[in-house]
Write a protein that binds this ligand. Structure first.
Ligand code: PNS
Length: 158
């Protein structure tokens, strides 16, 4: 079975993330969305909330599992018998950071490959941090996060 890991903070999950999950689930037998617990990064949503929100919007994708993780991603991948880390790429600025992480992960475990998938052009400008900034100042986040989560994200700032 070809299992891929799709890691991130997902604070909160955006339509760009969901697009990668949807497309990734079609090319791997199983896709595990791995949500980083993020001990030193201040998150808007708790780890349990982030996992629950992703579970809710991926409930119709039968081969997608959502789990949290701490520590090294390559250790989490090995624990779940995965040899693929799936990442979405939006821009050249993503590339530099992602390339560095891919090389580090490859150094830590050369058996695990990082595979990059281009984000759909419709979402190439969407990030969790820009969504939070727009929501914080009362702008519309329609089309940026899955519809069923809009109210919950806006509520965090009320
Ligand atoms: O959504 P993010 O915050 O850009 O995701 C970053 C993530 C979770 C992919 C990255 O921080 C990560 O893999 N963290 C686990 C620690 C690790 O394995 N570090 C070594 C590679 S640099």
């Amino acid at each position: 079975m070809n299992i891929a890991i799709y890691p991130g903070s997902f604070d909160p999950i955006t339509k760009g993330h969901l697009d990668i999950i949807d497309r990734g689930s079609k090319i791997y037998d199983k896709l595990i969305v791995a949500v980083l617990v993020n001990v030193d990064k201040k998150c808007l949503f708790s780890i349990d909330e982030r996992v629950e929100l992703i579970k809710r919007v991926t409930k119709d994708l039968d081969n997608v599992e959502v789990l949290s993780f701490e520590g090294l991603l390559v250790d989490f991948a090995r624990l779940h018998n995965s040899k693929v880390i799936l990442k979405g790429l939006r821009t050249m600025s993503d590339f530099e950071y992602e390339f560095q992480m891919a090389l580090m992960n490859s150094k830590l475990n050369p058996d695990i490959e990082t595979v990059f998938m281009m984000t759909s052009s419709a979402y190439s400008y969407v990030s969790s941090s820009s969504v939070k900034q727009v929501a914080k100042f009362g702008g519309s986040i329609n089309g940026l996060v899955p519809e069923e989560l809009i109210e919950e994200v806006m509520d965090k700032f009320n």
